[in-house]
Design a protein around this ligand. Structure first.
Ligand SMILES: Cc1cc2nc3c(=O)[nH]c(=O)nc-3n(C[C@H](O)[C@H](O)[C@H](O)COP(=O)(O)OP(=O)(O)OC[C@H]3O[C@@H](n4cnc5c(N)ncnc54)[C@H](O)[C@@H]3O)c2cc1C
Length: 491
């Protein structure tokens, strides 16, 4: 991380989700003086811990899984001095249903991508025709360089590759909903192909592993950023660059509502480069930015909220050529909810696998799609995940909870699930953007001088996932740095 900075800029990061934190850590690593502002009382954004009074403990706002392919997130954790091997349960790729009717596991010992092919061929619960169809679809995708027809939905791609209806219902639709939070009829085939490339189609075994956090999401690494910021460790030693002025200050419970330019010229302090206090790429007399009525001005602002928040803030700045089109693109994003039901059981209960597929039957209130073993020491927590959860929201909460508990009892029959003592149902209404085809996702640059954007919704090539957020934040900070210092962007 880092590299010798030519100047120290004063940088504001708005938003303390994974994109904002990644941007802040990257910017301070590049030698800048960074302030991060977060509306909420806790960092993490859509991947954060919350207190659940009924359970008398902290839980996540939703179960999150990562993939071995999430290299930027794992690298960031290592840079922060954290060991991913200790912080995640690492599971070889598998799709096993709670009722045992589907069991697809990559056998040990075989190299990728043969391990997935062998797993598919040996899978329990699929006919030979279905297995060969799935393999054919993966082969076609791989040969095409993971490209799907332009503008196609997942449904159209499944038809094009002649996937049988039962295979769609058993395998493809649950995978699509789980990874894109968008039903197959609407979901973008190209983004789904990217997900398949990193999972079923991975070219190295570890890349397709599923990583389940052992700690709450806030403890996973955001807490470490706060700890380092508080102790002033950024800017010194392995976490920071060579600039003594590099620092990160975090302001929680602070919502930024307005941006404006102030024309007082650049503030950067000359460090190892630059001419007369200016560096290459920085126009003389460039405007600086002020947030609300705060006294300080910033050389750069990185907006790391979701699309509604980012477009609202950009709209407070004076119009710029291309600005309206940029805002229109942001306003075109739609969002979908994810619900997570956490159950506290009377006694310890270990699932046959830490993650199990559930068969959904919305008419019966069986909304659950995936079931996760909680990471609590007593093994008494279970998490039921419902993506694309609009249908659940039409139900009265207690009936929906009762429906899902009944679903677990039915599908886990033979495993004697203990009585449920307490529960917490968390619904994130804007959990992710709807991953539809032809969505225009902007890059990190904006038409407004000095303003960059980051978030899982930018043009990362991923659906709305943690890795996309981390990459986006990192790349926004690098682009900001490069534009001021004339440095070339790293990979
Ligand atoms: C229930 C659920 C389950 C999920 N499961 C997975 C999963 O299994 N795997 C996976 O990879 N991804 C998953 N995701 C998606 C993942 O959480 C997101 O992609 C990621 O957290 C987005 O990070 P972000 O930083 O881009 O945005 P956010 O997390 O939304 O962060 C934006 C932050 O900016 C703050 N903010 C906004 N406006 C302002 C302002 N004006 N002033 C100050 N602060 C502001 C917000 O409060 C927020 O904290 C899931 C999401 C949810 C909700």
């Amino acid at each position: 991380m880092g590299g010798a900075p030519s100047v120290t800029m004063r940088v504001a990061v708005v938003g303390g989700g994974w994109a904002g934190l990644s941007a802040a850590v990257t910017a301070v690593g590049l030698g800048h003086d960074v302030r991060l502002f977060e509306s909420a009382a806790v960092l993490g954004g859509r991947a954060r811990s919350v207190h659940a009074p009924a359970l008398e403990t902290d839980i996540d706002n939703g179960q999150h899984i990562l993939l071995g392919a999430y290299t930027a997130t794992l690298a960031l954790m290592r840079d922060l001095g954290l060991d991913p091997a200790r912080r995640f349960v690492r599971l070889p790729l598998s799709v096993r249903s709670a009722d045992g009717t589907l069991d697809l596991r990559a056998p040990p010992g075989l190299p990728a991508p043969l391990h997935v092919a062998a797993g598919l061929l040996a899978a329990r619960g699929l006919s030979w025709k279905e297995k060969l169809s799935a393999l054919r679809a993966m082969t076609v995708l791989r040969r095409s360089g993971w490209k799907t027809p332009r503008g196609a939905t997942v449904q159209e791609w499944l038809s094009l590759t002649l996937q049988p209806p039962r295979l769609r219902a058993l395998l493809w639709a649950p995978l699509c909903i789980a990874t894109l939070n968008t039903p197959v009829e609407q979901a973008c085939a190209q983004l789904f192909a990217h997900v398949l490339r990193d999972s079923l189609g991975a070219s190295r075994r570890g890349v397709s592993d599923m990583l389940i956090p052992r700690t709450t999401l806030s403890e996973l690494w955001p807490a470490r950023v706060e700890e380092l910021a508080r102790s002033g460790a950024f800017g010194q030693g392995p976490h920071g660059a060579s600039s003594a002025a590099a620092a990160l200050e975090i302001h929680r419970s602070t919502t930024i509502r307005r941006l404006r330019y102030t024309g007082t010229g650049p503030s950067m302090r000359e460090e190892t480069g630059g001419e007369g206090g200016l560096c290459a790429g920085m126009p003389a007399g460039a405007q600086r930015l002020v947030l609300d009525d705060r006294p300080e001005a910033y050389d750069a602002v990185l907006l790391c909220g979701n699309t509604p928040s980012t477009s609202r803030l950009l709209a407070t700045l004076p119009a710029q050529p291309g600005g309206d089109a940029f805002l229109d693109d942001l306003r075109a994003f739609e969002h979908a909810p994810i619900a997570t039901l956490t159950l506290e059981l009377e006694r310890s209960f270990v699932l046959p696998s830490p993650m199990l597929l559930l068969h959904e039957d919305r008419h019966r209130g069986h909304f659950g799609q995936w079931l996760f073993q909680g990471q609590d020491a007593g093994r008494r927590l279970l998490h039921v995940v419902v993506s694309d959860a609009d249908a659940l929201l039409q139900w009265e909460r207690s009936s929906a909870v009762a429906g899902m508990v009944e679903q677990l009892r039915e599908q886990l029959r033979g495993h004697a699930m203990p009585a449920v003592l307490q529960h917490a149902l968390i619904v994130e209404k804007r959990a992710t953007f709807l991953a539809v085809p032809d969505l225009r996702r902007p890059g990190n640059r904006t038409p407004w001088p000095g303003v960059w954007v980051a978030g899982d919704w930018t043009d990362t090539g991923y659906p709305a996932v943690l890795e996309g957020a981390v990459r986006s934040g990192r790349d926004a900070a690098r682009a900001m740095h490069a534009s001021f210092s004339g440095a070339s962007l790293g990979s």
